[in-house]
Write a protein that binds this ligand. Sequence first.
Ligand SMILES: *Cc1c(COP(=O)(O)O)cnc(C)c1O
Length: 387
Amino acid sequence: MWEADIHKLAQEHLLREISVLDSPSGPIMSLKGQKILQFATNDYLGLANHPQLKHVAQKAIEQFGVGAGASRLISGTLRPHHNLELALAQFTNTDAALTFSSGYATNLGVIPLLAKTGGLIFADRLCHASLIDGCRLSRADFRVFPHNDMKHLRSLLANRQANRPTLLITEGVFSMDGDLAPLPELTHLAKEFEATLLLDDAHGTGVMGPTGRGTIEHWGVEGHNVLHMGTLSKAIGTSGGFMTGPLSLINYLINTSRSFLYSTAPPPAMAAAAQAAVSLILQEPERHARLWENREHMYQGLTAMGCHMTKTQSPILPIIVHDPRLATEMSVSLQKKGIYIPAIRPPTVPKGSSRLRVTVTAEHSPDQIDEALTAIQQVGQSLKILR
Ligand SMILES: *Cc1c(COP(=O)(O)O)cnc(C)c1O
């Protein structure tokens, strides 16, 4: 059964392997006994291993234990979850928030409630698998529009049957391209055609906007009725997902969202750490500033050596090499030089667009970035990707 599928993946250079680390996922990791410099994590602010957050989590374990015991409507909501939701609503400047066990679970639990039988969903072609799966779970008709193509989206909206409830879905920062959705145009289209706009800001939270409040802050579209979700697993450095919105929506989700109702609440210590992370983002803006300095450093270096980049505007810096075999070879050669940068291949990205996905964090030092740039240039030249 599966053996043939695995064999086919291997032949197409699409087989994946798990790499076991013996260290936190910081800039320097321990992989198979080797110290390796990594540019792969989504822990953009370096909070996943922050001493203060570890301390908060330890204290919460002492007070609340390691497990939540049951779904929050069954055994009660532990204080850390409640406090985290208040903090997230404040951080995102929304009425209310609800947390889920992951960003994935958030999208699965939210989308089927925003789009139902008879409804329509238009989603960007590059939307994350969790958004696509949420759309599939809903009973609405689901179409994709070409990436960031507002003209095409406008024509879909204009040509739909009148009065069909419509949900537009996009990402704030596209996870594999690092570019941004044009939120001002999207909010405008949503208003003009009376559609609901759902924004997945997984890679925007903590990263985009002058104070890290996300893509909505970046574009200055607060108050434009964007419903938005995010994850606690990326810049917030912990684990879990959240949905924000008007109180009536959050109450509706508490009553009907299946991935919230039928899943045990995340560990309370995780919620406590996430809340502390949100406070840290606001109290220590220097992390956010360092992230962007590092991002500029890496971006300038990669473009100067002639790397074929996406239209990235974020700390996600993909180098497009097209061919999955070449992407894998490049990643393996870099690893031999002590640099870990993953090859991203189909089905994570469209066919013919295999890439190395470089991410930088606030924790990288300028020297580490230079070391990676030198290695990328050497490997790129020897594989004839770069001159
Ligand atoms: C990572 C990601 C998710 C899933 O979040 P998890 O907390 O890792 O489950 C959802 N949407 C996008 C765009 C993501 O990049």
